[in-house]
Design a protein around this ligand. Structure first.
Ligand code: DC
Length: 237
């Protein structure tokens, strides 16, 4: 078994899946930072494509055009010194604009198209460009990196997820709809995520389930770290 200095094997993909507002991004970023792994936010690829489609006036129901756009998307991800994700489309920093409500809704719509998903999964694997990473999204443990030796599936009560989403919108846009409105939108997006035929949101086989309803990101990461030995076990199987 070939190992790096932090004791982890060369192939070390950790996946974190779960619905919106469950705390995946923060946990994934912190975990990657703690372990010195690359952090891959697959949701950012759906958001970047939705942003590009809105910019270029491509209708959100035109699957072939969207898939073509996805295959040629000049997307790049980088990280700041403190580990925050920076999303680039060509030379344009689109980190903030892809978090607006409009792009959030558009991303949920385009994520339904199988050909778009196929193109973005290819892009995600290319972006990963490493066998040592923490990937987060909806299908990272089932479709994107099905052979990952350690998988997590996060859950949390819908009301709590809506509250987190509201706080995020407040800080991003300086305003947000009332909690019941956000809750309704969140449940609608959950249905889209769970019911689609390709890459639906499901618990990957063998994934560790963590309920984050009463946990902050640090506590989630602490719990995740307890499962690290499973990677070593998987790597010698
Ligand atoms: O995690 P997020 O909110 O940034 O994701 C944005 C959208 O992309 C969301 O509607 C679900 C979709 N998505 C997906 O279908 N598959 C993924 N692996 C990641 C995100």
């Amino acid at each position: 078994m070939s190992k790096h200095s932090n004791g982890l094997p060369k192939r070390c993909v950790i996946t974190i899946d779960g619905p919106a507002g469950v705390g995946k991004s923060t946990a994934a970023r912190l975990l990657a930072q703690r372990l010195g792994l690359v952090y891959l936010d697959t949701g950012a690829t759906y958001r970047a494509l939705a942003y590009a489609a809105l910019q270029q006036g491509v209708a959100l129901d035109r699957e072939p055009q969207l898939a073509r756009l996805a295959r040629a998307l000049p997307l790049r991800l980088s990280q700041t010194r403190n580990g925050a994700l920076v999303v680039w489309l060509g030379s344009r920093n689109i980190t903030r604009p892809i978090r607006t409500e409009r792009v959030t809704e558009a991303a949920a719509a385009i994520a339904q198209h199988p050909r778009v998903r196929a193109a973005l999964v290819q892009l995600q694997r290319r972006l990963a460009n490493s066998t040592r990473l923490v990937a987060e999204g909806r299908d990272t443990g089932t479709v994107v990196f099905p052979r990952a030796p350690l998988k997590f599936f996060l859950t949390a009560k819908a009301r709590i997820r809506a509250g987190r989403r509201r706080a995020e919108m407040q800080s991003l846009e300086g305003r947000s709809p009332a909690l019941p409105v956000i809750l309704k939108q969140l449940k609608a997006r959950d249905q889209l995520d769970r019911r689609r035929h390709v890459g639906p949101l499901v618990k990957p086989a063998g994934a560790v389930v963590l309920d984050t309803s009463s946990l902050d990101a640090e506590a989630v990461v602490e719990r995740m770290l307890r499962h690290l030995p499973e990677i070593l076990v998987a790597s010698i199987r």
